[in-house]
Structures are given as C-alpha cells and as structure tokens.
Ligand binder design. Structure first.
Ligand code: ADP
Ligand code: ZN
Length: 676
C-alpha cells in the first residue's frame, strides 16, 4: 500500500474497536511498531484518550472527512492475544455484516476472558475426567455406510439425520479420529444443556487428554487456560457450547454441531448470532467439512439438504436393533378410573405404567416444562391474580407461600386472604414440577424422587450428582424441565412421561409446532436406550395434533412435510427470511412513537425502492410479553424472500435507529428465534 499523503511517519490502518459504533477507525502506526492485519492492539479513543482494545483490519488511506482530525497513533500491540489470520478477519467481517453488528464488538468474542498465565500449574479440576480408554465398538452397517460418505478432505456440509440412540456420536468420534490422525484439530459444538460430564467422559474415553472444553460453568481462569491449550497447546479436540465457536482453533479439520436444531445455538443478547449458521460459514472459509447432527433437524437444514446445499446422511435405526420406544398418547381428562383418586394431571394409563416400572426397579423420567407449584394464583371470588409489578406475567407459586416472577425474580408472600376483595382465598392454578413431585410422593411414599429444574440444579456439581444418582439407580422418579430432555443416557431409564405436552405447542411463535415436535421426540428418546425396551406416555388435551402423531409414529418426514406446507403458505423460514427489531423503553408512549417512526421510515423505504419486491414491514405491535423488568416491549418484523434484501433494510434501520431513536433501545435480530 502507498504511504498516506497525510503522514510521512507511518502507515494508516483500519482498526475495529471494541465500542458500540458501526464504523471502523483509522489509526497511524509509529515506525518501530510493526503492525499487520489481524494484530490485536490497544489504541487511544475518545476525548479522554482512554485505551480501547481493537483489531487491525488492514491498511487504509485517509478519508476526506477525517482530514480535520489529527489521526491518533496505535499505542501498542496487545501481548495477551494472538494475531488473527486473514481468513479469520474475513469470517468476523461476514458475521458483522450479516448480523448488522459492529465488527469491533464481534472480534471481542474471539479472545479469552483473562490474561494468559505463564506458570500454568495444571490444576486438573476434572474439567476433562480421567477415564480408562476404551476401543471403538464394531460399527453398524448404517454407521459404516454414513462414514464412507463423509470426506474429511472436503468442505462439504453434512446433515446427519439419525434417530435418538442411532449412534451419531460414534460417527462424530470416528471422523474426529481421522482428522486428528491427519494432524489437524477438531471442534464439537453442543447445546450448553447437553454439555454434561457424561458427554465429556464419552469423548475422553476415546481421546483421553487431547480434549479441551469450553462452557459457561467454567471460571474465567479455567476458560482462559482451556482456550490457550487448544490454540497454542497440544489439545486436539475442543468440545464446547455456542461461544466456543469463536475460539481460533488453528488448523481446523472438522466442525461438528450436535443437535443442530437446538434453539440454544442462538444467542439472544448482544450479538444475536446462530452458532450453527456461523459455523457453516467458518467451515467453508477453513475449507473443512462440517457435520450437523440431529434426530429432528430444523426445517432450515432440512430444506438446505433437499435443495442439495447440504449432503443428507441418514441413520434410521437404533444400534443393536434396540427398538424405538412405544409411544402412547392420552388425554388425562378422558383417561380416568373413578376408583383411583389420582391428581387431575395424571392419567390412568401413565399411573399404571409408573407403578409397573417402579415395581420392576426400573427408572422413570417425568417431563414438564414449568417450574414451581403453579404458574398462576387467583382469587376465585373476585378474579384477582398475582402479577409481577415489573413484568407482564403472573407470579409462579413455589412451596406454600412463595410467589416468584420467572423473568425478574421479584417475589412476595402469598396471603391466605385475597389482597383485593379481602374475602376469597387465592388459589393455585396450573401445574409445575414441584407439584408433580408432591403428587408422585403421595402416590409412591417409599419412592426416591429427584427434581431437576433450575430451582434445584444451579451448579455443575448438582447436575453431576443427579447423573451419578441416576447411574447408580438411586433415583426411581426423575422429575424435570428442559434439563432432562436431552443428551442423557441411562441404562435403567425405561419409562418417560410427558405430563403436559401442550405447554410446548402453545407458545405464540411460528416455530411452536417444530419446538413441540422436537422436544417430545428428544424427551421420548431418553427411554429404553439399552437392554430393556422403553415406553413413552404423552399426556395432552389435543391428542389429534399432527406433530404429536408424528412423534408417536417416529416419523420425522410426516412432521416435516406438513410443517413445510404451513411455512410456505406464510413465507416463513426456510421459505423466506425474517428480521425482527425489538423496541423497548421505560415509557410506553415513547416506545410506541419511536417504533412507529422506524416502521414508517422502513415502509417508505421499501416503497421507494420497488426493486425490493416481496418485502413486508409488519408492526409495530406489542410483544407477547409486553413488559419485562419495567420495560415496555414492541417489535416490528421485516419479511423478505432473500437475505440480501433484508440485510440492506436492516442496515438502513440500524442507521435510522442510531440517528433518531434516542429514547428507546432498539435491537435488530436477524433470523430471530423468538418473538417473545
Ligand atoms: P445418538 O448420538 O444418535 O443418540 P449414541 O452415539 O449416543 O446415539 O449411541 C447410543 C448408544 O449406543 C450409546 O450407548 C453408544 O455407546 C452405543 N453405540 C453406538 N454405536 C455403537 C455400535 N456400533 N455398537 C455398539 N454400541 C454402540
Ligand atoms: Zn418480573
């Protein structure tokens, strides 16, 4: 690059700064500071010249507008970080562009939270457990055939669709072995919730001390150590949750995204990226293959496979001819026997199977996606209901008197007398895991019951304890939320009960059916994974729901075909793109005004450029949860056929928001996963 006309000393460099501004900045480098693209640096910023962390993007020339300013000089290279490659910069630029998020804040995610420690005494606090190595099992014919289709030298995206217990993990392991044998490193991304000690142990049995692990339950020190061990050390396999994707693992030979359909791959705060999608782009740039695995692939991935963009691989059967569990669907309102005094939420069918399983010393998991005793406490006389003063939601009862808001943690005591009419007594409505636990203990007083939800399990240790107790058959009934839905594999777990399947299907979202189907299939998949065949009872008030029928028949195709038709009809993804903009603020009037102004601007914009055909701007409308933590929430939705169009509009929206929406917080969410 030519010398800048403005300076004779050094070159000018484009630097992405860790500040919430969309542009990059121009800095000068002094003669003796040899900077290169990809160098992490510290630079003076703002009127007070505070030091800000940044990344050198590349050489640049003086901009016309910057002539009035004196260009500042890069203070130093950041010795705590490693330089990034051109490819990595390109990847970060892609992310910044796609999600309309400042590059300088994207690059931040790449680096570990703390400084590198030189005297790293490996305080081996079983992040990766010490286990006896085991050898690979003989692969099934299906596994062999899938493996023969995976080319580790390609940069193909593979969608591995395999029923629960079909041996997908074994396929990943075989591929990773090939990759490591060729001198490269591998990355496995799993949902935070399934990154259990059990899962790590399984990889450790095959890769021993070659593994590094990154997830949110580690301390900053542990994260930093793990990061350096895979980036500069001799670790070969990184297993991590969503954010591990940003780790600049050198010489990457494969990425695996397990449970690719999981919503937890979508980050909902700050940079609202989807780790699966960003991983696909990374693999393309790294020129390595990527494997997306799931028993219930997302509609997006399914469509991509159908269009030939992904290569579809299928495992139709569980290993060793173990059958898939038999699924019974019952309505607890109809399925009753007057002689048995069962709680209203428990069907006769499920009760009999619980009894049977318990008497045979097998284990049961009962799933309900709601914590507490009851989600609602109301006075029958006057209709008063306990609501959170900060959020647009009713308080959940825990224990006898404890009322809690699940969004902001506000709590108060339930009184025996209605605070409003002073006559009636507020009563609990609906159902939570705590109530199910109580009910089961009343029916089976001698049973060992364990509740696994966010109230009970708040640490990794608690989760490990649960796993250990299940493995040692010290639990008869495991009652839990999402926490027990995925990944777990217990020899004695033969019965799964889904207490109230409708909870998952009733969310106000176009993905409700997909979520419900996935959740029920995943939960069902916990049953009978070993010698004894499993059984599943799904309780619902809507037995005919097509997605539930598909769960019963273990028929993904039945589900996906019907669901695809619905999506096509409304141009929802994968048959169209959406971006949402959430506007929130403390004063509802301001939220309405600014979201309206933004919508008007965007509507004008798409009228003016009529080449942007097929674009719609919808809203603003109040969000389904209109108030959270005292902030009013409205949202608008942009729908278009392709990403390019939506990206263009989102960038214009971003500019408008920065210039005009000063009283509210406006967040752009590209490919949103929730409209709540
Ligand atoms: P998925 O990831 O598809 O749910 P897993 O890989 O967890 O399935 O496999 C299910 C169970 O079968 C595990 O206990 C695993 O150890 C076992 N398994 C996998 N492949 C084989 C095989 N080829 N032979 C014997 N057991 C296997
Ligand atoms: Zn609240």
């Amino acid at each position: 690059m030519s010398e800048s006309p403005l300076t004779s000393q050094g070159k000018l460099w484009e630097v992405a700064l860790n500040v919430p501004l969309p542009d990059t900045f121009t800095y000068e480098a002094s003669e003796d500071l040899k900077v290169q693209p990809g160098d992490p640096v510290k630079v003076p910023f703002g009127p007070k010249n505070r030091k800000v962390q940044g990344l050198v993007i590349g050489p640049t020339e003086a901009k016309e507008s910057s002539k009035d300013f004196k260009t500042k000089t890069i203070a130093e290279k950041d010795p705590e970080k490693i330089p990034l490659s051109k490819m990595q910069i390109k990847w970060l630029q892609w992310i910044s562009d796609y999600y309309v998020y400042p590059l300088g804040q994207v690059q931040q995610s790449v680096f570990p939270p703390l400084k590198k420690k030189s005297n790293r005494k490996s305080r081996k606090k079983d992040i990766v457990p010490d286990v006896e190595p085991i050898t690979a099992p003989d692969l099934t014919d299906e596994q062999k055939s899938v493996l023969s289709e995976i080319d580790v030298k390609s940069s193909e995206t593979y969608l591995l669709h395999g029923v629960t217990g079909s041996g997908k993990t074994e396929v990943y392991i075989e591929v990773i072995e090939q990759v490591i044998a060729s001198g490269k490193k591998a990355m496995v991304l799993v949902p935070e919730i399934s990154l259990t000690p059990q899962l790590v142990r399984r990889f450790a049995e095959r890769f021993q001390d070659q593994i590094a692990v990154l997830h949110s339950h580690l301390t900053d020190r542990e994260k930093t150590d793990q990061w350096w061990q895979i980036v500069e050390g001799d670790k070969k396999l990184l297993i991590g949750a969503r954010s591990a994707l940003f780790c600049p693992v050198p010489n990457l030979g494969v990425i695996v995204v397990d449970e690719e359909h999981e919503t937890s791959f979508k980050q909902e705060e700050k940079l609202k990226y989807n780790a699966r999608d960003v991983a696909i782009v990374r693999a393309k740039m790294e020129k390595c293959p990527i494997i997306l695995g799931s028993a219930t692939p997302s509609l997006e991935s399914w469509q991509n496979a159908k269009e030939g963009k992904f290569k579809l691989l299928t495992l139709k059967n569980r290993v060793s001819n173990r059958p898939l569990p038999e699924v019974t669907i019952v309505n607890p309102r109809e399925d009753r026997d007057e002689h048995n005094e069962l709680p209203y939420w428990l069907s006769e069918t499920l009760f009999k199977k619980l009894k049977n399983t318990f008497e045979n010393s097998q284990q049961t998991a009962l799933f309900l996606n709601r914590r507490g005793i009851a989600p609602n406490v109301q006075c029958y006389d006057c209709g008063f209901s306990y609501e959170c003063p900060n959020c647009d939601i009713s308080l959940t009862l825990h224990g006898k008197h404890h009322l809690v808001c699940h969004y902001c943690n506000y709590h108060e005591r339930k009184s025996d007398e209605c605070p409003d009419c002073k006559e009636g007594e507020p009563k609990a409505y609906g159902l939570g895991t705590e109530a199910v636990e109580k009910g089961i203990l009343e029916l089976f007083p001698e049973a060992r019951v364990f509740r696994a939800d966010r109230d009970e399990i708040q640490s990794r240790e608690a989760l490990e304890e649960m796993v250990r107790k299940m493995e040692n058959s010290e639990i008869d009934f495991l009652i839990g939320t999402q926490m027990i839905a995925k990944g777990l594999d217990f020899k004695n777990l033969t019965l799964v009960g889904i207490i109230h399947a409708d909870v998952a299907f009733n969310i106000p979202d176009f993905r409700a059916s997909e979520r419900g189907y996935q959740l029920c299939t995943q939960v069902s998949g916990r049953a009978g994974r070993h010698a004894v065949p499993g059984e599943v009872v799904i309780q619902t008030y809507k037995k005919e729901h097509p997605s539930l029928q598909a769960v019963k028949n273990h028929n993904y195709y039945q589900f996906v075909e019907e669901e695809a038709e619905n999506r096509k009809l409304f141009h929802y993804p994968p048959f169209g793109k959406i971006t949402s903009i959430r506007v929130s603020g403390l004063r509802e009037q301001e939220v309405i005004e600014e979201s309206q102004a933004l919508a008007n601007y965007l509507k004008q914009l798409i009228e003016k450029y009529d080449q942007l055909g097929g674009v719609q701007v919808l809203g603003p409308t109040p969000s389904p949860l209109t108030k959270i933590k005292n902030r009013f929430r409205y949202h608008l939705l942009i729908k278009a056929k392709d990403h390019q169009t939506i990206n263009h509009i989102a960038k214009m929206a971003d500019q408008f928001i920065r210039d005009q929406c000063k009283k509210t917080k406006c967040l752009i969410d590209v490919d949103p996963y929730t409209l709540l």
